[in-house]
Ligand binder design. Structure first.
Ligand SMILES: Nc1nc2c(c(=O)[nH]1)N[C@H]1C(S)=C(S)[C@@H](COP(=O)(O)OP(=O)(O)OC[C@H]3O[C@@H](n4cnc5c(=O)[nH]c(N)nc54)[C@H](O)[C@@H]3O)O[C@H]1N2
Ligand SMILES: Nc1nc2c(c(=O)[nH]1)N[C@H]1C(S)=C(S)[C@@H](COP(=O)(O)OP(=O)(O)OC[C@H]3O[C@@H](n4cnc5c(=O)[nH]c(N)nc54)[C@H](O)[C@@H]3O)O[C@H]1N2
Ligand SMILES: [Mo]
Length: 702
């Protein structure tokens, strides 16, 4: 249900799920289970879960629905889609999905089979895909930290990531915790003293959005002090001389001023990473949620190459790709390229060189609202709570209101689901058949997931998409889930039935895989100077840029909004906007919390637990203050994706407490990905109660 990949055993009695436990045989969690996992039974059988298809009966957004049959739902939806295709072409249908779920590639298959270039996903520009695309242009492939081979790294850098809480993409917290304890040199780069930071020997509390300055200065130290791996650099990297020259201007002294770190701290981390080998850099989403996403991620990626921490045991390693790819009909995606919104500008998001081309969220929403350059009339959403998770949810709502048809597949009545014309009840993970490659994208192993229960009329998203493809008469994308799984498993020589018996298949890891054929880049080497970026019109070497809104870029604005805003630190109890209705999890977190340093709190007469108003140039929200020394005194950390399932109307409180009222979906964007700014913005705080919200909460409780 999250990005983890933990093994669990589900106990079934009379067709019902009665008990869940961690699987001791799982190479990921070895029997451990988190609070979210333990809440599975509560979630699956939750009284508020929507288990039948529905259609809207009142005005859009009012959340008035009546149940209908699947037959009626498919008939009506397909009828309307056919009309849009006939009158406006397939680009008139836009699709959205959320963070990587089981149906991720199936949605892309469907979009490409349909011939629409316009699908979006919040992660394509703001999460993971920048790391993937940068890895492609730099090393030719994505890489992951070796948590699994048994060779322990000597040094680990947790860079803008907090895996002890978030455990994303196959590096579950249990594995990370085991490893951190065993590593002598650990560093956490984070403006907050996060869970992960607490376990590390060194914490670098830098100013948000300045990670690139730190990385570039580290490169300078490593080169100047000749600590780099000379043989590896000579044999396997391209553009070293240019890079060496380029980083001469990025001294630790300069970076200390930008980041707020001490000069000696920068020397120390650079020397440590270069000399205690092998080492890993576990990088997180924070380095991507900035309009300097491309070059920030690049500057960190280059560090691995300088010291040769590439594809060796205990370093960062390439994937084995033991799962065959789910065909996404890439050639068709390229055929519809010209109409893809934002693709010509944000070439590593939507262009033919992008990992998986998608549309630019702000450009698509603008087109949905204005009908320019062409009309978009239908919007289909499979697992995305955009009103909580996209920057500028007000524009997102306006876009929803302009549509002729909004179709949403989800589990609960989220703020976004209230805007559906047709609601489709999706299956939750114990109701789903799939094979999971772990870690994501690298696929060094595979884990099975099997459907063991049926709840109401819920269907697995893949099934819904294949059914839609069939009824629309598409040539492609109509295969059953079983057929797709069989093709994915070809390389393993296992059938789905055999994998169900085994549970997991993790063959021994292979290393140094580049030696025979080189790296998959134009030069067959790791490109410190990127020829691909140059060809696409982007800077081939990373140059430092300030975030567009920051105390240095916009000093006048900073007088009015004196704090640096970060949003979205992950919570153990929630997954993005999910699980707010599960009382076992929610009882620990009744309201959203904003972290603020005591020095700042005292200035505004704020005490721990007070309601506060947080404002940015874009709007204001309310959260409760968590006064803590574990954050820089100039930084405010706001929880994201908050809403109240228990408030029936009033947008479920999403307009009162959602961090994305404060974030910015306006340009400037990252030039290659079109990324907007979610972290490192400016804000102010004051003590104030959310009167309307509190009233709604009291009335809904009575
Ligand atoms: N301010 C701020 N905003 C952020 C972030 C941040 O750090 N700060 N983080 C960003 C990031 S990294 C991401 S990835 C996005 C996430 O954005 P979203 O993916 O929109 O986040 P979720 O809240 O998980 O919403 C997913 C919805 O899908 C439903 N769902 C879950 N599983 C399934 C399924 O299998 N099928 C179907 N049909 N529905 C399902 C859930 O019930 C939920 O309503 O948010 C982004 N937004
Ligand atoms: N329990 C749980 N797990 C999750 C999720 C969830 O919502 N709940 N979400 C999933 C998703 S979609 C994702 S993308 C991953 C994300 O997982 P992570 O990559 O671990 O991301 P975050 O926890 O958002 O942020 C990590 C840390 O970055 C710090 N940070 C903020 N701004 C900056 C900055 O400018 N520079 C640096 N260096 N650090 C900064 C924050 O203080 C935070 O402690 O987690 C996934 N796992
Ligand atoms: Mo994400």
């Amino acid at each position: 249900m999250c990005h983890g990949g933990c093994g669990v055993l589900l106990h079934i009695k009379n067709g019902r799920l009665v008990h869940i436990e961690g699987d001791k045989d799982s190479p990921m969690n070895r029997g451990a289970l988190c609070a979210k996992g333990r809440a599975t039974i509560e979630m699956v059988y939750h009284p508020q879960r929507l288990t039948r298809p529905m259609k809207r009966t009142g005005p859009r957004g009012k959340g008035e629905f009546e149940p209908i049959s699947w037959e009626e739902a498919f008939d009506s939806i397909v009828g309307k889609l056919k009309r849009v295709i006939k009158e406006d072409g397939p680009q008139g249908i836009a699709l959205a999905q959320g963070t990587g779920r089981h149906h991720y590639l199936n949605l892309i298959r469907f979009v490409n089979a349909l011939g629409s270039p316009n699908w979006i996903e919040p992660g394509a520009a703001q999460c993971l895909f920048p790391r993937v695309n940068v890895s492609l242009v730099t090393y030719g492939e994505f890489l992951v930290s070796d948590y699994y081979s048994g060779t322990k790294p000597a040094c680990a850098l947790f860079w803008g990531s907090n895996p002890l809480v978030s455990g994303p993409d196959g590096k579950v917290p249990f594995v990370v915790r085991r490893l951190i304890k065993a590593i002598p040199h650990t560093f956490c780069i984070d403006p907050r003293i996060s869970q992960t930071a607490k376990h590390c020997k060194h914490i670098l509390q830098l100013r948000p959005g300045t990670d690139m300055a730190l990385a570039l200065a580290m490169s300078q130290v490593i080169i100047k002090e000749a600590l780099y791996d000379k043989e590896f650099v000579k044999d396997w990297t391209y553009g070293f001389e240019e890079f060496e020259e380029h980083v001469k201007k990025y001294s630790p002294q300069w970076a200390a001023r930008i980041t707020g770190l001490k000069e000696e701290t920068i020397f120390n981390i650079a020397r440590s990473y270069a000399t205690h080998k092998p080492g890993i850099i576990d990088w997180g989403v924070s380095i991507e949620q900035t309009p300097n996403s491309l070059q920030t991620v690049r500057s960190i990626a280059i560090l691995r190459a300088l010291v040769g921490n590439i594809d060796k045991p205990g370093a960062d390693i390439f994937g084995m790709h033991i799962l065959g790819p789910t065909p996404i009909f890439r050639r068709r995606a390229i055929r519809s390229q010209e109409k893809r919104l934002g693709a010509d500008t944000y070439k590593l998001l939507g262009g033919r060189d992008a990992f998986i081309p998608s549309a630019h969220i702000p450009t698509l929403l603008e087109t949905m609202r204005t009908g320019k350059p062409y009309p978009i009339r239908a919007f289909m959403i499979f697992g995305n709570n955009g009103l909580a998770t996209f920057a500028n949810p007000k524009e997102y709502r306006e876009a929803l209101m302009k549509m002729d048809m909004v179709v949403i597949a989800d589990f609960f009545r989220t703020p976004t689901v209230e805007y559906a014309d047709y609601f489709l009840p999706a299956a939750i993970w114990p109701e789903v058949n799939q094979v999971v490659g772990l870690p994501y994208i690298a696929e060094n192993g595979v884990s099975v997931q099997q459907k063991v229960i049926q709840v109401g009329e819920c269907k697995q998203d893949e099934e819904i998409l294949a059914e839609l493809a069939g009824r629309l008469g598409l040539e492609l994308g109509c295969e059953s889930i079983e057929e797709l799984i069989a093709s994915q498993l070809k390389r393993t020589n296992l059938t789905f039935e055999e994998l169900k018996e085994k549970g997991y298949y993790f063959p021994p890891l292979r290393f140094n895989k580049y030696i025979d054929h080189g790296f998959k880049t134009p030069s067959k080497k790791i490109e410190l100077y990127s020829q691909k970026l140059k060809e696409l019109g982007y800077e081939p070497l990373p140059s430092y840029r300030e975030p567009p809104e920051s105390p240095l870029s916009t000093p006048e604005l900073a007088k009015k909004y004196p704090y640096i805003l970060i949003t979205g630190r992950r919570q153990k109890e929630f997954f993005q906007s999910e699980y707010h209705q599960l009382s076992s999890l929610r009882e620990k977190r009744k309201h959203p919390q904003t972290e603020i340093h005591p020095k700042a709190a005292v200035k505004h007469n704020i005490e721990d637990g007070d309601w506060i108003k947080i404002s940015s140039p874009r709007g204001s929200i309310y959260q409760q203050a968590k006064v803590t020394e574990e954050i820089r005194a100039d930084v405010i950390s706001v929880e994201h994706a908050w809403w109240y399932p228990e408030i029936k109307e009033h947008g479920h409180g999403v307009w009162d407490c959602n961090a994305n009222i404060l974030t910015n979906n306006k340009p400037p964007y990252d030039p290659a990905f079109g990324t907007y700014q979610l972290r490192g913005l400016l804000c102010k705080v004051e003590k104030e109660k959310p009167t309307t919200l509190l009233k709604k909460l009291t009335t809904s409780a009575t």
